[in-house]
Design a protein. Structure first.
Length: 437
C-alpha cells in the first residue's frame, strides 16, 4: 500500500471503527460549499521524510490555488498516525476536506459512512471512471458499491537486489523462486551483511507479505462470505514460510524484528542487506544516496514457475487513494482538487516524484513510465497482483494478523522455536480479536 506504514494499536482501531460505523461519520446530510476558498488536505507520508513530501506537494498545491483561487492547507501525516487520525475524524466529524488513504483501508473506511461515494455523477466531474486502470479501481471499496475513493498512486512490490554483492557472491541473476532466494540469501549472509531485509515490527508490511504467501499457498484470510479464516492450513503455512526466512533460513538479521519505519530500506541503501522486498522503492533509495546503477529490480519470487494469476500472485495491489469527507464545507472545491490531482499532468509529476505508477491510463502510458524498473512494477500490477480483501473488517485484520506476525518475528529474534503449532496459536489469538458477526 505504501512505503512507510506502521499500523495503529488494535484496540483503539477496532473501538474507533465500531463507533464510526454507528455514527456514520458525523454527517448524514452531505457536504456544503460554505467555505469555497479553502481546503484542508491530509497527505500520507510517501517520501523518505515528511519534509520531502512537503517539497514535492507544495508547488503543486500552489499551482492549484493559482488555477482556482482555492488555498489548500497541507498536512503530511505519518503512517503510524494516519488511520487513527482518520477514524477519530469520522466519529467527530472534524476532519479534512480531502485526504489520502491506503487503498487497503477503502472498504473499512467506506463502512463508516464518512466518505463521499464516487458514483457515476461524481466520476463524471473528474473525467470519468474509465480513465482509471482496473487493478487500481479494485481497491477502492467493497464490491457492488460505489467506490469510497479515487486512485492516486499505484504501487507494486518488487525484489531489489544489490548488483555488487550478488557479483561478489558469484550470483549471476536474481532469484525467481523462494528456494532460490533462500539459497542466494545464505551465500550473501556473511561478514556482517545479510541476504534480505524486513520490517518485522510493522503489522501492515507483515500483512502485505503474508497475503502474497497465502495466495501462493492457494489460501485466503477470509471466506467467500467475508468471515475471518486465519487458521486454515494454507494461511498457517504461508505465515510460517515468511517468518522462517529469519527463524529457520537465517537470511534476515534478528534485529529486523524491531524494524517498523523504513529501516530495511536504509540498510539496503547502505549495502547492509543484499535484497529488499518493497513497494516502488526507487525514489526512496535515490533520496538516501543509492545510485540506480547499483541495484537491479526483479519480480517478487513465487513457489515455482513464473509470476501470474492464482497461486503465482507475487504482490498485493499497493497504492494510495484520494478520498473526500462527505461533510466537507467545500464540496465543489474538493471535487476540483481530486480532478486536479488525478489529471494527466499532475499524475506524471507526482508519480515520477514517488517512483510509483499512475493509475490513470493515459498518464501510465507516458514515456516517463517506460523504464526497465517501472516495467517490472507495471507488469506485476497488470498480471500478477491481487487486491487485499475489500471487507469492512480489513483494518482490524491488518492490525490483528500483522501483530501476530510481529510476535512471531520477536520469538525468532529471541531464538525461540517458530513451529506450526506456535504460528497457529498466534493466528487463533488474532482471529479472536476480530469483531463478532
Amino acid at each position: 500500500m505504501r512505503r512507510i506504514r506502521a499500523a495503529a494499536a488494535g484496540a483503539v482501531t477496532i473501538s474507533l471503527l465500531t463507533a464510526a460505523t454507528a455514527c456514520g461519520g458525523g454527517s448524514s446530510s452531505g457536504g456544503s460549499n460554505d467555505s469555497p476558498k479553502t481546503l484542508t488536505y491530509w497527505a500520507s507520508n510517501q517520501g523518505a521524510s515528511i519534509e520531502v513530501d512537503k517539497k514535492v506537494l507544495q508547488p503543486e498545491l500552489d499551482k492549484f490555488e493559482k488555477q482556482t483561487g482555492i488555498k489548500v492547507k497541507l498536512e503530511v501525516v505519518p503512517w503510524s498516525d494516519l488511520l487513527n487520525r482518520i477514524l477519530t475524524a469520522t466519529t467527530s466529524g472534524q476532519g479534512p476536506d480531502v485526504l489520502n488513504i491506503g487503498n487497503t483501508w477503502s472498504a473499512s473506511l467506506q463502512a463508516t459512512g464518512a466518505l463521499l461515494p464516487w458514483d457515476a455523477k461524481n466520476f463524471d466531474k473528474i473525467g470519468g471512471k474509465d480513465r482509471f486502470v482496473d487493478s487500481a479501481l479494485g481497491s477502492t471499496g467493497a464490491q457492488a458499491k460505489d467506490p469510497a475513493a479515487v486512485p492516486l498512486y499505484s504501487m507494486a512490490y518488487a525484489l531489489y537486489y544489490n548488483k555488487k554483492l550478488f557479483a561478489d557472491a558469484g550470483i549471476s541473476k536474481p532469484p525467481a523462486t523462494w528456494d532460490e532466494l533462500i539459497a542466494d540469501g545464505k551465500k550473501l549472509s556473511k561478514n556482517g551483511k545479510w541476504g534480505l531485509g524486513a520490517e518485522g515490527s510493522n503489522p501492515s508490511e507483515n500483512i502485505h507479505h503474508t497475503f502474497v504467501f497465502a495466495k501462493q499457498h492457494g489460501a485466503d484470510f477470509f471466506t467467500a462470505d467475508g468471515k475471518p479464516d486465519f487458521t486454515n492450513d494454507g494461511v498457517v503455512s504461508a505465515v510460517k514460510q515468511y517468518v522462517d526466512l529469519m527463524a529457520k533460513d537465517k537470511i534476515i538479521a534478528p534485529g529486523n524484528a524491531e524494524y517498523a519505519q523504513n529501516q530495511s530500506v536504509s540498510d539496503f541503501a547502505k549495502g547492509k542487506n543484499a535484497m529488499l522486498l518493497w513497494q516502488s522503492a526507487s525514489a526512496n533509495l535515490k533520496s538516501q544516496g543509492m545510485s540506480e546503477d547499483a541495484y537491479g529490480i526483479a519480480p517478487v519470487p513465487v513457489q515455482s514457475g513464473t509470476p501470474g494469476t492464482g497461486t503465482n500472485v507475487n504482490s498485493m495491489v499497493a497504492g494510495i487513494n484520494l478520498a473526500v469527507f462527505k461533510n466537507t464545507k467545500n464540496l465543489d472545491g474538493a471535487t476540483k482538487f481530486v480532478k486536479f490531482m488525478t489529471g494527466d499532468a499532475e499524475q506524471k509529476i507526482l508519480n515520477t516524484a514517488y517512483s510509483s505508477i499512475p493509475p490513470v491510463k493515459t498518464a501510465q502510458s507516458d514515456a516517463a513510465f517506460t523504464s526497465p524498473a517501472t516495467a517490472v512494477l507495471k507488469d506485476t500490477l497488470a498480471k500478477s497482483a491481487a487486491a487485499l480483501p475489500q471487507v469492512a473488517d480489513e483494518s482490524q485484520f491488518e492490525t490483528a494478523v500483522g501483530t501476530a506476525v510481529k510476535n512471531l518475528f520477536a520469538a525468532a529474534a529471541d531464538g525461540r522455536a517458530v513451529t506450526t503449532a506456535s504460528v497457529k496459536a498466534e493466528l487463533e489469538k488474532a482471529q479472536q480479536q476480530m469483531p463478532k458477526k
